[in-house]
Design a protein around this ligand. Structure first.
Ligand SMILES: [Zn+2]
Ligand SMILES: [Zn+2]
Length: 123
């Protein structure tokens, strides 16, 4: 149950960064602020501007539907690119993760708690 709770928390951090006819979501690392974006998906009516109010209503509803479906996939996709720091309870990118003796944590907590830790990113 606790894991599910973390997933829900992450879902709240995911924001909409759709632009024009492209549906896309993003999430930011809470340590360094780097933003990761999910795959870009074209809205099915992206190249068809609505001719009238009726068509616009249909289009808006379809956008809501497609964007909602894509959001679920984006949460899954983005979640795999983030780690959860159990100490400060933030979601962090791989660059900010430190593998310490007792548990993984973010770079800020590792420094504060005087843990050396290693990174999973090789430069
Ligand atoms: Zn980061
Ligand atoms: Zn932390």
């Amino acid at each position: 149950m606790y894991r599910q709770c973390i997933v829900n928390q992450f879902e709240n951090k995911v924001f909409d960064c759709s632009q024009g006819g492209i549906i896309r979501f993003g999430a930011a690392c809470e340590a360094c602020g780097q933003i990761k974006r999910s795959r870009a998906v074209y809205f099915s009516l992206w190249d068809q501007p609505p001719e009238n109010m009726n068509k616009k209503e249909i289009r808006d509803a379809l956008w809501e539907w497609e964007s909602g479906c894509e959001r679920d996939l984006a949460v899954e996709e983005l979640r795999r690119q983030f780690n959860y720091c159990k100490i400060c309870k933030r979601f962090i990118c791989n660059h900010c993760l430190r593998i310490c003796d007792d548990t993984d944590m973010c770079v800020d907590c590792a420094a504060r708690l005087n843990e050396t830790g290693t990174t999973i990113i090789e430069d």
